[in-house]
Design a protein around this ligand. Sequence first.
Ligand code: URA
Length: 438
Amino acid sequence: MLPQEAIRAKRDGQCLDAVTIRDLVAGISDGGLGDAQVGALAMAIYLRGMDAAETVALTEAIRDSGEVLDWSGLDLPGPVLDKHSTGGVGDLVSLVLGPWVAACGGHVPMISGRGLGHTGGTLDKLEAIPGYSVTPDTATFRRLVKDVGVAIIGQTSELAPADKRLYAVRDVTATVESLPLIVSSILGKKLACGLDALVMDVKVGSGAFMPTPEASRELAETIAEVASRAGTPTTALLTDMSQPLAPCAGNAVEVREALAVLTGERRDGRLLEVTRTLAAEMLMVGGLAADRPSALARLDERLASGAAAERFARMVAGLGGPADLLEAADRHLPTAPVVREIRAERSGYLRAFDTRALGMAVVELGGGRRAPGDAIDPAVGLADIAALGERVAAGQPLAMIHARSEPEAERAERQFLAALEIGETALAEPTLIHDIIR
Ligand code: URA
């Protein structure tokens, strides 16, 4: 079918068959479709939607538009697993989870992204480690996935190239917010990594990508269904993003937090709880544990024994970072010249955060990008952020700002205080894990 006829059919509300969808995606990859046609197709899908079969076909076509990683030749002793998050603030789950699952027998080829909007990016965090390369050659990547069990690296141009073009067109044609387009974009890239199973972390709350809890749930349910129908068993979790997940947000500050969790210095908190729950689901969906209690027991043992920390250290060294990061983090990780407290202006209970605004405050400190291609300042950010539900007295510290200059610290302080609601009465603490969709 001619592209314009397929676009017309979708515009008029018809369902497209898998062959037509595959042809359209081939045209997106090889330039057979012009930008106007890609934009019109995206808008037709945005307005008319796609049913589950169409979304599966679109996902598979995007997955197959470039290289699909094949691990079969390596004779791996365990399953190839991954996790993907819709992104958040203080969400450094990947840094802890990848090595932790590797220590339990999984192989995690994690292709991660950079900060987007108010959310931090795993690659930007890892690049706070001097020498860490997110673009290793293929042989190094494969060797680390085989021998260490985990390698966290950046997207290559060979993986799912159709998504790169389609996303760029969506970005400028007001068609990002479409469920089938979001699902196929996320899954097309992830499933190109040759996974045996996937776990999705879909965030809910004021720092989440999706605007409402209902939209987050619909995304989680659709992802679990579409990925499973495309041949990759997938579990989706709905987790809280109504406050930063870790008590910090930035790049080096989040690497420090990852080390604190991996080395057992931090033994509780929301980050650990969400990471442990996601990791348990990965072990179960990947066939490494029969049930949740045995998955958790294995995870707890591997964390306490230092095996997870050891995998992280080997991954960092294998990708060019310092061999002694665990022992000498203070020597290697950058620090900001200005570090100062933010104090509560009044007494009361912490009732709500505008988590998106906190993320933007970190971006403005230099911890994220204002424009594509901007350099990141790895040293800046927020640390020791108080948690929702806490009672604070006037003058009590609510967070530490790590900034490049005093004026930047002052601006971040104003933004932080404006993003926080303190009231006379406490609200119930937000639910951390809303649901697990299998
Ligand atoms: N993340 C993606 O990779 N694609 C989308 O469409 C939205 C978020």
